[in-house]
Design a protein. Structure first.
Length: 403
């Protein structure tokens, strides 16, 4: 759990089935104001259940942990798995489990079901995000069968915007809806699978490898010609490059003549930046760093598809950009979240200084407001130097170097 204190917003209380729970909440995670109403409604539909029958539970997309922790608290003999694709969510879930005196709970990263290696769950629960794309949504709703014991149950809550589509998926003759309830803004479904058709989960190719997340292809121009990028649902820039990405790709020529044994690309998104970097410069090794597992796996795939050796790619699913190899990085590029607070930017600068070798360059882009804050921090802390800044349509690029 690295440096997550700078993401902390507040602690909230939540009462469930006679237990008073506490949750640390981050501004950077879903429902930063408190336990969201969809989660509360899902849990409310389970209050009449004998939770002791759920010996093994999977909380899919756990966020900072309210569903999994509430269920584990009410039946402490159960085995509860909590998974999320966001490294910050995993960290906060781990902290919240400890805060509520839960030590025997399994919390780990997974892209949907892809990294869940156990099966025979009695219950799968999920507050499903609305913008995952219909193929991914259908996968989440139906592939749970591979992870359930016979007569195991799935309980999901969805917002109105996708409720009609969800209902159409659940019309599958292999699915029996046990319960559904509609509130203003949300619908909760309980259902089970009626057939025993099941593939051994460990033998299944991942949803990512099966192309469930694939959305299309985008061709971009680089110094050495056009390259094709496979894009996915759930990530921005699936059809058009952001101004932030354009600013960096247009300035990668500054790296010509620089020896790059090791480069870091953080927040790589669909993979435009690492692929373009590999075309502009001869790079020995690229570290891809992101909180988002989907961004990491798609960026790695696009690097390989464009001729970069897989053995020279390292994925770091984490908060922060530290590689634990101090003063060894020749180039760092990335796009900053414009919503980050000043303490997160300070942390980033400290990590940059620790990572950079003497002749290193850093290319960062974001909103002009965010880059102005970075520039002010750099000048006040005097740990790096500003080489150049460019502005374009409300966005900015800053190039930094070692002092």
């Amino acid at each position: 759990m690295l440096n997550t204190d700078v993401y902390f917003k507040k602690t909230v209380q939540y009462a469930y089935r006679g237990y008073n729970l506490q949750f640390l909440i981050s501004q950077d995670l879903f429902s930063s104001y408190g336990i969201d109403i969809g989660t509360q409604r899902l849990l409310r539909t389970l209050t009449s259940e004998d939770v002791s029958v759920f010996n093994k539970v999977l909380d899919l997309g756990c966020g900072y942990g309210p569903i999994g922790i509430a269920l584990k608290t009410t039946c402490q003999s159960s085995v509860v798995h909590m998974v999320d694709s966001d490294a910050l969510a995993i960290s906060y879930s781990q902290q919240n489990a400890k805060l509520n005196n839960i030590n025997d709970i399994k919390i780990y990263p997974s892209l949907g079901f892809d990294d869940v290696t156990e099966t025979d769950f009695d219950l799968i629960v999920s507050n499903i995000p609305a913008k995952v794309g219909e193929p991914v949504l259908s996968h989440i709703l139906k592939d749970g069968q591979q992870y359930l014991r016979p007569k195991g149950k799935v309980v999901v809550v969805v917002i109105d915007a996708i409720a009609t589509y969800v209902a159409s998926v659940l019309e599958d003759p292999n699915i029996k809806i046990l319960f559904s309830k509609k509130w203003p803004g949300h619908v909760v479904f309980h259902y089970e699978f009626t057939s025993n058709t099941k593939t051994a989960a460990k033998a299944m190719r991942s949803a990512f490898d099966r192309g469930i997340y694939d959305r299309g292809e985008k061709v971009i121009s680089t110094k050495s010609g056009n390259v094709s990028i496979k894009t996915t649902y759930g990530l921005p820039e699936f059809d058009t490059l952001s101004y932030e990405t354009e600013l960096i790709t247009k300035r990668l020529s500054i790296l010509n003549g620089h020896k790059i044994d090791k480069a870091i690309v953080f927040n790589p998104g669909q993979g435009y930046l690492p692929v373009t970097l590999s075309r502009y410069s001869k790079v020995g090794k690229i570290f891809l760093i992101d909180r988002n597992l989907l961004a990491l796996r798609n960026s790695r795939r696009n690097l390989i598809l464009n001729g970069f050796f897989s053995k020279n790619i390292s994925l770091l699913h984490q908060v922060g950009i530290s590689t634990n190899e101090p003063k060894s990085t020749d180039c760092i590029i990335g796009i900053l979240d414009k919503k980050e607070n000043l303490n997160i930017y300070k942390l980033l600068i400290g990590e940059l200084v620790n990572e950079l070798s003497s002749e290193s360059l850093v290319l960062l882009s974001s909103s002009s407001t965010a880059i102005t804050r970075i520039k002010s921090l750099v000048r006040s802390e005097k740990l790096l130097k500003v080489i150049q800044r460019e502005r374009y349509k409300g966005k900015s690029l800053i190039i930094l170097g070692c002092r």
